[in-house]
Design a binder for this molecule. Sequence first.
Ligand code: SF4
Length: 289
Amino acid sequence: MPLVEPVIRPPSEADSFLLQITTGCSSNSCTFCGAYLNKPFSVKTEKEIKEDIEQWSRSFPDTRRVFLLDADALVVSNKKLLPVLTALAEKFPLLSRVSSYANAANIIFRNAGELRELAEHKLRLIYIGLESGCQELLTFCRKQSGVSDMVDSVERAFRAGIKSSVIVLLGLGGREWTSRHVAGTITALNQMQPRYLSFLSLMLVPGTELYNEARQGRFNALNARELLQQAHDIIAGLELKGTIFRSDHASNYLSLEGRFPQDKGFFLSELSKAIEGVRSLRPECFRGL
Ligand code: SF4
């Protein structure tokens, strides 16, 4: 069946087969997020999912990568997920990786054996929206995953053979929370040591609680320069031993790509140039979510 829109996936999954396991987000509670405002959460049936696999395999039998939709496809149990992963491996002989967004509960509610089973069935990468390492800020934004559970999730997934791609949301909390957002995020990321790290920049989405707060003058959003400064300050505090970093998401003013630790100086110098105005930024009209 056709994908139930709107569909959101990481930029790095642009060439993947998008297989919808669930629709929407099982929590849908974050005050800043408009991704699934009008899309109720539901779980597709195994029959529907297998039909989608069958249909895609007829047109694209050489598919190598699959991304499971929507916001937290891993909310479904291994009992339901493993037959789907088995069907993917059968239909796509060149399959190298299945990935999915995941929240902390999706990982910590599984035991080590269940996580290993997923990895053995080629679920090799999860995208975790840390947003901020400041627990008070996450609570304020009503995000249901907690910082310590997300740190734990990355560690447990890694031990099972599943890499993590962690997403930080620059500008979350606005000016009021900047220093706490920066400090908490540095601490959490240094504990996580994720394989991949990406930054997104907060954009106010009509219909969200945060958008309404901002319209009423109760939220002071960061401007472009302040967002770049926040990115700079977080990166300055990171002590990552082997992380691939990207800020290529369309919401960001500056697109960077490289590796920690060797490119940390380069990231800082490019951000400093952007803050000083000697490096061009993505025009506002080209920003998006
Ligand atoms: S940020 Fe993630 S967890 Fe929060 S409502 Fe949006 S999709 Fe759901």
